[in-house]
Write a protein that binds this ligand. Sequence first.
Ligand SMILES: Nc1ncnc2c1ncn2[C@@H]1O[C@H](COP(=O)(O)OP(=O)(O)O)[C@@H](O)[C@H]1O
Ligand SMILES: [Mg+2]
Length: 586
Amino acid sequence: MKKWMKYVKPYSLYFILGPLCMIVEVIGEVLMPLFLAEIINSAIAGTITAESSLIVMAEMIGTALLMMIGGVGGSYFGAKASVNFAADLRSDLFKKVQGYSFANIDKFSTGSLVTRLTNDVTQMQNMINMALRMMLRSPGMLIGGVLMAIKLSPSLSIVMAVTLPLLIAAMAIIIARGMPLFSKRQDKIDKLNSTVQENITNVRVVKSFTREGFETKKFEDANKDLKDAGMSAMKNMILMSPVQSFFMYLTIALVIWFGSQLVITNFDTVGLNSAFGVGELSSFINYVTQILMSLMMVTFMLMFSSRALASAKRISEVLDEEIDITDVYGIDTEAKIERGEIEFRGVTYRYYKHSQEPVLSDINLTIPAGSTVGIIGSTGCGKTTLVSLIPRLYDVDEGDVLIDGKSVKDYSLYNLREGVGMVLQKNVLFSGTIEENLRWGKENASDEEMMAAAENAQADKFVKNFTLGYKTELGQGGVNVSGGQKQRLCIARALLKNPKIIILDDSTSAVDTATEAQIRKAFREELANSTKIIIAQRISSVKDADMIVVMDDGKITGVGTHDALMESNTEYQEIYNSQISGKEGN
Ligand SMILES: Nc1ncnc2c1ncn2[C@@H]1O[C@H](COP(=O)(O)OP(=O)(O)O)[C@@H](O)[C@H]1O
Ligand SMILES: [Mg+2]
């Protein structure tokens, strides 16, 4: 509750004014039938005059005008309150997700996060908008109606005392059945959004594998699930209105039956001294309708709230998710990476904390500052995981990672990641110009700095070949550059940061060997003072490194230069031989 108050507080005025305006409308609604009774009674009694009916008419119009002002005000403030609430909530959700660690993100699917940030927030917004308009209005009309009905005729009210509880019981059953159906429906929306999101993002892959049919089927399934979930929620709702109508007309029929007896005697037998004529009967029926209508609205509101509650829970999960990688309390926030020496000390890591087999086990490795280190090993052996621990994309389970003799946790995340440039294996460019993309690394970099970084990444030449050069617009995900060009731009982006530690995770796989050799040369010459870690598939990519780390199944099986490993490490020899024979085979 406290969590939501944060989004209510700035708009408390709207949250108060909205319902207040609705009270004005309610009062009018409760008063209206009285004017009617007055006119009918005087007409029947023959005491009606032009003047008296004019007065009543004026009263009615005045009340209607007030009701209109109240209604418009209520809707206006209700909308203001709910829209602002939703906007602030969405913005906080977005910020929260930006702060998520990789492990946090792994927990939610992207589709689910998108649904939570959009659809679920909208559900809450709608609920608030409605609640502000109905919250006081429906219960107000209900209570007002009941009071007025009792005042008009206590004995006739007994009829309602019998039918109303029956109706309420029926509604309670329907709602109790409906609530779980709505949370189910929200989960189905998640699934649908995940499918859409995954498909649209990867539509090229889908097409190249001609999997459109399969993907369409997957979507259809998710779509049908959602439809079914929606239908069963709806089916439940469908019952509501006929049941309510039945009770309404039943009550009215009973009221007319008993009421007409009262009219014949012109006296409410139980009432103290009230006269009961046609006018009273007709306004009584008005109140009965009003009471039942407002009861319908209350149930509708409950229904709506149960939906919004399901959404609120899902939103809470995002907001309450504990970000597991944050700045450690009490660290020296000024500390920056100075040299770039890296040490893994007894490091063990698991993605799933309950799983038996660690992805990395007992890693011990020291990488001297300024050196070039190659990491090689079969796919899935843990290379990416190992380097992810350096900028704290994930935190170690056991052991520690130290930079310049200091645990990575003793740096602020900002300074740590400023000091470590990592080109991820699955890297993306964003829509915008090449220049904008490169400046991600360093916003205020000069043009010279930017071009130098591009040159070192061997990207300068092909960029200059574009008619618009660095101003060339990239499509979403960098669709209009080739795989190798994209990789080089990603490297340039990381270089522009001028990091003390630069990590290339299989980042030259799509670059031809000649260009790759040039990148290596540039790295050696221009980035002499940075520690360079290069994960690669090809032996040729790491052959000249000062140190090569061979990994297998989460363990380091060998460390040394190419020549040393060729002598001592059977695995390295195997990789080497397979690549040589692979070449011969070609
Ligand atoms: N985000 C993740 N969640 C769960 N398991 C993962 C994740 N990333 C990688 N893994 C698993 O960890 C192991 C090592 O993966 P990775 O470090 O990416 O290997 P490499 O980069 O050497 O190919 C693999 O078995 C892989 O399935
Ligand atoms: Mg990898």
